[in-house]
Design a protein around this ligand. Structure first.
Ligand code: NDP
Length: 452
């Protein structure tokens, strides 16, 4: 009965929203993970929660026109999907990347609902973005794009309504331009965006939060099996915001991150990645990782053209713990087989949905511990909410204060996911635990608020 209902919902989604494969993938994972809950508590099906929760409350799609550096008008699409506000104002990042489409934004927004619920904070789920590519564009052109994007988006957001943040391609520079335009159009200085600069309402520790939080989560996961990160060889994909601060925290905890990647290639540095050089290459100069490899004769650069077929070089480097922290579906079955063969004990998702379903099945089937994204990378959005709290009370906490709160939130999320898995006879399966815990909080709130 429950399986038929889930299949019906998924089939219906395929009919009503064709071509959104990443969104189906995310929906399928959640609906099957919560099956043990649906089987013992009929109220969710009786209240048609599944039908309701897979449809966004509101979707805004808009045209963005701006002038490029040669004064030509350029056009891209802008999106904001306000998925669910049962437990708080909409909250979720903006992604600027050429691959962004409605299905991408819906998958990210859907995941965000349950992730936000897991933090224990009052934030609903949303996501947005554009197929604009900020890479290799001048600061002036990025600014004009952000201003044009915000000229439409401002109509739909606000500090107690919908609070966007960064994601792939939207970092401190883009948030600055977006906030500047929001302030100019609305004549309001408020916390309608997070990830702001420290001098104008940002929170200390927000930049580090997703990466640090991911490492805190991994350590909790290992500790529950009597191990920890100290001395562990780690590989991390990506070299953006999440990856850099994952690497930084790993080094602080005595682990040894030896590899990371970008869209062009992978570096393998057996002596351990030098975080200062990595930040200089990626954060300051915005260069490819090839520049990092040139600094160290013992570091090897593997161009994307030489990746294993159907796989990614970074996962073929022996490690104890793997941190996929770049993008969705970047860790495939080919990669999972290499990780198992090389003795990896934990895959800890820093990116959203980075592991393909067949790779997850293979990892779990071979005894590899698995931390799902919606739990492991929730530190970013949790700290965004801490930024909202500071803005509301017009205060700024120091870095240590934020970091202590972040650490405690990650410990709580791990405990909640782990205890919930146990309660529903799936001990050790954090996919089941995280999805059920997040879903229950949102679904119960929806029932209590009636048919709205
Ligand atoms: P950034 O834009 O800062 O970095 C992304 C990194 O991933 C870059 O190194 C980029 O390489 C690489 N990358 C992007 N797309 C691809 C691709 N198709 N193939 C290979 N590499 C790719 O983004 P973030 O670090 O902020 O985000 C990374 C992941 O973490 C995303 O899944 C995001 O949704 C998730 N996340 C981010 C949070 C945050 O607070 N920032 C919060 C929670 C989740 P290149 O530099 O060459 O483009």
């Amino acid at each position: 009965m429950v399986t038929e209902k889930i299949e019906y919902i998924l089939e219906d989604l395929k009919r009503s929203s064709p071509g959104q494969s990443e969104f189906y993938q995310a929906t399928q994972e959640v609906l099957y993970a919560i099956k043990p809950l649906l089987e013992c508590e009929p109220k969710y099906l009786e209240n048609n929660i599944l039908e309701r929760i897979v449809i966004p409350e509101r979707t805004v799609i808009f045209r963005v026109n701006w002038l490029d550096d040669s004064n030509k008008v350029q056009t891209k699409l802008g999106y904001r999907v306000q998925f669910n506000s049962a437990i708080g104002p909409y909250k979720g990042g903006l992604r600027f990347h050429p691959t962004v489409n409605l299905g991408t934004v819906k998958f990210l927004g859907f995941e965000q609902i349950f992730k936000n619920a897991l933090t224990g904070l009052q934030i609903g789920g949303a996501k947005g973005g554009s197929n604009f590519d900020p890479k290799a564009k001048s600061d002036g052109e990025v600014m004009r794009f952000c201003q044009a994007f915000m000229t439409e988006l401002y109509k739909h957001i606000g500090y107690n309504r919908d609070v966007p943040a960064g994601d792939i391609g939207v970092g401190a520079r883009e948030i600055g331009y977006l906030f500047g335009q929001y302030k100019k159009i609305t004549s309001q200085f408020n916390g309608a965006l997070t990830g702001k600069g420290i001098n104008w309402g940002g929170s200390l520790g927000r930049k580090q939060a997703t990466g640090y939080g991911s490492v805190y989560f991994a350590n909790e996961h290992l500790k529950s099996y009597g191990k920890d990160l100290e001395g562990k060889i780690c590989t991390v994909s990506g070299s953006g915001n999440v990856a850099i601060y994952t690497i930084e925290k790993l080094i602080q905890l005595g682990a040894k991150p030896v590899a990371c990647s970008d869209s062009k290639g992978t570096i393998y540095h057996p002596a351990g990645i030098d975080i200062a050089s990595l930040k200089a290459v990626k954060e300051i100069h915005r260069e490819s990782l090839k520049s990092y490899a040139k600094l160290y004769p013992d570091a090897k650069y593997i161009d994307v053209a030489h990746y294993p077929q159907g796989g990614h070089a970074v996962w073929h480097i022996p490690c104890d713990v793997a941190f996929p922290s770049a993008t969705q579906n970047e860790l495939t079955l080919v990669d999972a087989k290499a990780l198992v063969k090389n003795g990896c004990i934990l895959v800890n998702e820093g990116a959203n949905m980075p592991t393909t379903p067949d790779a997850i099945e293979y990892l779990l089937g071979n005894g590899v511990l698995f931390s799902p994204a919606k739990a492991a990378n929730a530190g970013g959005v949790a700290t965004s909410q801490l930024e909202m709290s500071q803005n509301a009370s017009m205060t700024q906490w120091n870095f240590e204060e934020v970091d202590i709160k972040l650490h405690q939130i990650m410990i709580n999320i791990f405990k909640l996911a782990s205890d919930t898995a146990k309660e529903y006879n799936s001990e050790g399966n954090l996919i089941v635990g995280a999805n059920i815990a997040g879903f229950k909080k949102v679904a119960n709130s929806m029932i209590e608020q009636g048919a709205v």
